[in-house]
Design a binder for this molecule. Structure first.
Ligand code: HEM
Length: 192
């Protein structure tokens, strides 16, 4: 009992020490930039939905939507850099998520890579629209549009719930996520 209690207490004190005012301000900025970056990742595919349904003769509408998408994408690039850099600062500079019992951070890295992949896919899709080469349907973009919602839900729940090992993933995290996804899917399906 005592053997297990002491390291746990030491670990707790160590983590408490990381929560300095400076670190909390970095975390504040991290959350603000992440939220703004995601606003772009939510809205850009909505523009793609509109672009995919523009009538072939509507040249002006197509040009206007393309301009909106290009501006939004450049703005999202700008926001992505500080969002990720501040996250790396929190991780590397303060050691949050390092060491044993931090499986949530490994899973977060994986989810962040998927977000970066999604961002990259948006760049490629916009290029196809610009060259008139899009072959995807409006419906496909509507489904594509839901991916960042799922990724954000995964990441935010990971950093808040912080499952420490793979057992905790099942007992503390996965069921909660599945309930939220099921409720979200139901709301989405009823709205159609
Ligand atoms: C390279 C990318 C990223 C790294 C290295 C990173 C790292 C971190 C670290 C170390 C923390 C501090 C956790 C704590 O205080 O316990 C944190 C907080 C947070 N991160 Fe990230 N992050 C990244 C990207 C993201 C993304 C893409 C999102 C959202 C989708 C996100 C959402 C959050 C939130 C909401 C918090 C606050 C959690 C809390 O205080 O409870 N992060 N991040």
């Amino acid at each position: 009992m005592v053997d297990g209690f002491r390291p746990a207490l030491t670990g707790l004190l160590f983590v408490q020490n990381l929560y300095t005012a400076q670190m909390l301000w970095i975390k504040t900025l991290h959350i603000v930039f992440v939220a703004s970056w995601f606003a772009g990742l939510f809205y850009l595919p909505r523009i793609f939905v509109n672009l995919a349904s523009v009538a072939p003769g509507s040249v002006a509408e197509r040009a206007r939507l393309l301009l909106m998408a290009k501006r939004l994408l450049s703005f999202s690039h700008l926001l992505m850099v500080p969002a990720v850099a501040l996250g790396i600062w929190l991780w590397a500079g303060y050691g949050i998520g390092w060491g044993p019992g931090q499986s949530w951070m490994h899973a977060k890295w994986l989810a962040v890579l998927l977000v970066l992949g999604y961002h990259h896919a948006c760049v490629k899709l916009l290029r196809r629209f610009e060259h008139g080469e899009n072959r995807r349907s409006e419906r496909w973009f509507r489904v594509f549009n839901e991916a960042p919602v799922l990724l954000m839900l995964m990441i935010v729940s990971l950093v808040v719930v912080k499952p420490s090992d793979w057992t905790a993933f099942l007992t503390d995290w996965l069921w909660g996520l599945l309930v939220l996804v099921a409720v979200g899917a139901l709301a989405w399906w009823r709205r159609r």
